[in-house]
Design a protein around this ligand. Sequence first.
Ligand code: CA
Ligand code: CA
Length: 52
Amino acid sequence: MLVAGREINGQTRSDKTDISNYLEDENADADEHFISQAATNNFNDVVYWNSE
Ligand SMILES: [Ca+2]
Ligand SMILES: [Ca+2]
């Protein structure tokens, strides 16, 4: 599960059809590969995964 976090770097939630207004970098390209890293001014997605 991906949690987008608050708007950063010019993202605007007025356009709800553009995933890049919610997710950053590798998480915003609609494939099966995601990244998790410490929050910065340019990245605030939170990635949860179930290892079962
Ligand atoms: Ca985000
Ligand atoms: Ca990706």
